[in-house]
Design a protein. Structure first.
Length: 101
């Protein structure tokens, strides 16, 4: 499929049920189609990978989350901004855990 929303949703479903390889393929295709959209796919890929690949995906996900937060703040969407701040905190925790291992 060429629909990134569908790819991301299917990737999250596969991720949740333990189908890691399928999830990586779906998120990977979404990254190919729209690399500057949806921080979640990068954070999920980071959890599925290890080493430098893991770090690269987490860093890209964090970059996109910061951009998404700026956009939410600019349109005065406090609900989205609050959710993104929580996701950023979780992302920083993931990065810290990666550096500790």
């Amino acid at each position: 499929p060429e629909d990134c929303n569908l790819l991301d949703a299917a990737g999250e479903l596969c991720f949740e049920v333990g189908r890691s390889e399928d999830a990586m393929n779906l998120f990977g295709r979404s990254v190919q189609l729209r690399p500057e959209e949806n921080s979640c796919k990068y954070m999920n890929l980071g959890q599925l990978m290890s080493g430098h690949d893991c770090l690269a995906h987490f860093n890209k996900g964090m970059e996109l989350m910061h951009r998404e937060l700026e956009e939410a703040s600019a349109r005065n969407d406090s609900e989205a901004a609050t959710k993104l701040r929580g996701r950023l905190c979780s992302g920083y925790c993931s990065l810290t855990e990666l550096h500790m291992t």
